[in-house]
Design a protein around this ligand. Structure first.
Ligand code: C5P
Length: 237
């Protein structure tokens, strides 16, 4: 597969066209951003870590029959994915109260949630990705009621697979964000990335944080934290 022109550049990834119209190339960047781009830093090695971790996670999901856009890892920082039309929603699943949920409803960070909570945020930088309800989704017409049900079902299935997998690696999956896309034939599949940039991952014994909160909160080395996740998932660090 040939890497052709740059299609899109985001905060953490670049997306290139390839000579196959149904396949895109994702290149993970060495930049870390938080708070809608307000906090920014170049971190050598971050792109490789997220590419490797995302690869292992997508492979795990594929092995568990959860359809996703991942095709293959190409290099240390690149992977090939299926071309989809991204649904402009961030689907967040929470097993433990943390981050914005803790702030919004005043429950202490670390409090377990009995039934995994699924939330939708509207992907819009100018609006700051607001939390929205299913009625707002209908009003915006970004997904049908049926598609919203599919998103919730898929998000819960991803949660079951990843919670169990991380637990077997000594890691608690606190919460995470997913994005979905629609394929040429109208199927909804998991897309974007699943990495310590998009998940909260705590050590099961010590609650040590191995995710982007290390960067957001200035509480240690991002690459050291992500290396721990890569190693525990069985990857080469
Ligand atoms: O900030 P908040 O607590 O709502 O984040 C919930 C989860 O979603 C966290 O794991 C966070 O890393 C992820 N997230 C993300 N991209 C965003 C917002 C949240 O990956 N734009």
């Amino acid at each position: 597969t040939e890497k052709l022109e740059l299609l899109y550049e985001g905060k953490a990834k670049r997306i290139y066209k390839t000579n196959d119209p149904n396949i895109l190339l994702v290149s993970y960047k060495d930049s870390a951003t938080a708070f809608n781009g307000e906090k920014k830093e170049e971190i050598t090695g971050k792109g490789r870590l997220n590419n490797e971790i995302s690869t292992l996670i997508f492979e795990k999901l594929t092995a568990n029959n959860i359809e996703n856009h991942f095709v293959k890892r190409l290099s240390e920082t690149e992977q090939l994915v299926k071309k989809v039309t991204i649904i402009p929603l961030e689907v967040v699943v929470r097993n433990v109260v943390a981050g914005s949920l803790s702030k919004r409803i005043g429950i202490e960070e670390g409090t377990a949630i009995k039934e995994p909570l699924v939330e939708f945020y509207y992907k819009d930088d100018a609006l700051g990705d607001p939390l929205i309800t299913e009625d707002h989704i209908a009003l915006l017409a970004v997904a049908t009621k049926e598609q919203v049900e599919t998103l919730k079902t898929l998000a819960r299935r991803v949660n079951e697979v990843l919670t169990a997998h991380f637990l077997s690696c000594g890691v608690r999956l606190i919460d995470f964000k997913l994005e979905f896309g629609i394929t040429e034939d109208g199927n909804i599949i998991l897309a974007d990335e699943v990495s310590p940039d998009t998940c909260r991952l705590w050590d099961i014994n010590t609650d040590e944080k191995f995710d982007k909160d290390v960067f957001r909160r200035n509480i240690g080395s991002l690459t050291e934290a992500y290396e721990v996740i890569l190693t525990r998932l069985g990857g080469q660090s």
